[in-house]
Write a protein that binds this ligand. Structure first.
Ligand SMILES: [Zn+2]
Length: 377
């Protein structure tokens, strides 16, 4: 037996040969702790049983496997053989007499791709600062680019934040919140003229730009961001009303949309960007930082984002931004961020037809609102 770090390699029956040096011998990697780096994650999840156990422990943390359809805890595990001859683990529910697998009612549902690839892909997505392109994932995981793209969009669905809940708002008396919009351009550069026109008519884009509104709580260091159809007063102020507690100090630029009405419920202060960018505490530089991260990902990694998919990329960046640190401000490591992301995969689904549906209007439940159901995964 040979120990390398926290990985133990059992030697093969063939003396003088280490298992990882050979192709014909089976490698046994056991006694391995939860992965901390991408390299460790790949090795860790390469064992299907371990990847399975890991996902089971996250989906049912109390160890009680219950049916995703009828919630019954009465079930028994069975193993079936797939057409390819690999073993598939599932449970038969005594409550509804139906079978279910680990993937049922999660973003992984109906996916033929193995958990090892899903987990490695997820690790990369949540931990690479500028995101990962589907081309990169296609090469890394050995799946088609189309599969990689669909996989990433499903993973982004899991990243959509619901931990705030629909009733929790940002801010509060004596706390400071920044609000700002960013115009994302270039998304329609290669788009067919007719489609572009249709989008403009639907109100999805403005002069080739898509608008994202962001709200940053300086105290919590949490951002909420969403694609908005326009920069009208009603639209932008409504988002602030929905997401910020009354009495909060709200800092914005001098956009007309923020004029009037804001001081009824908030302590509103404005920084006029033609004069200065900072006046004491009054600035929107925290959000500027977020916009530059978002744009770096969109320009550098995801070069061909359709406007109606933009909100998914916004969700992805919001997740990484909000989870740089724990609540006590200690840095969050890659392993913690991955576990947190994995804990959000249940109770959400995204089918291919939903993803590529005909309805191209940008629709987005703003991050942190609209969802009340908490699924423990
Ligand atoms: Zn059932």
């Amino acid at each position: 037996m040979r120990r390398l770090g926290n990985i133990v390699f059992l030697l093969s029956s063939n003396p003088g040969k280490y298992i990882l040096d050979t192709r014909d011998e089976k490698a046994y990697i056991c006694d391995m702790k939860a992965p901390r780096t991408l390299q460790e994650a790949i090795v860790y999840f390469s064992d299907p049983q371990r990847a399975f156990d890991y996902a089971v422990s996250l989906r049912w943390p109390d160890g009680k496997v219950h049916c995703p359809r009828c919630s019954s805890e009465s079930n028994y595990a069975i193993t079936s053989k797939t057409r390819k001859g690999t073993l598939r683990k599932l449970w038969l529910c005594r409550g509804c007499n139906k079978q279910f697998t680990l993937k049922v009612n999660t973003i992984f549902e109906d996916s033929p791709i193995g958990l090892d690839k899903w987990m490695t892909g997820f690790w990369m997505l949540v931990n690479c600062k500028n995101g990962v392109s589907s081309m990169e994932l296609h090469r890394t995981l050995g799946i088609t680019q189309k599969s990689a793209w669909f996989m990433m969009q499903r993973l982004r669905t899991a990243l959509h934040n619901r931990s705030f809940g629909s009733t929790t708002k940002l801010g509060g008396p004596d706390t400071e919140v920044e609000a700002d919009e960013s115009f994302i351009d270039g998304l329609t550069k290669n788009m067919h003229k007719g489609r572009k026109l249709r989008l403009v008519q639907q109100g999805g884009i403005h002069g080739g730009k898509t608008i994202v509104q962001g709200i940053l709580d300086r105290n919590l260091r949490q951002v909420r961001a969403t694609v908005v159809p326009d920069v009208k007063r009603e639209t932008l102020q409504n988002q602030i009303l929905k997401n910020v507690k009354y009495g909060t100090k709200v800092y914005t630029d001098d956009a007309v949309a923020y004029e009037g009405g804001m001081n009824w419920r908030f302590v509103h202060d404005v920084i006029n960007h033609s004069e200065a960018y900072v006046r004491g505490q009054v600035h929107t530089n925290g959000l500027e930082n977020f916009w530059s991260l978002l744009k770096r990902g969109l320009r550098g990694t995801y070069v061909a984002v359709e406007p109606f998919h933009l909100f998914r990329y916004v969700d992805e960046q919001v997740f990484r931004y909000n989870n740089r640190k724990h609540a006590d401000r200690t840095p969050m490591n890659d392993s913690d961020r991955f576990k947190l992301a994995m804990s959000q995969v249940a109770g959400r689904r995204l089918t291919y037809s939903e993803l590529t549906g005909k309805d191209e209007s940008p629709r987005h439940v703003p991050t942190g609102t609209g969802e009340t159901q908490q699924v423990p995964f």
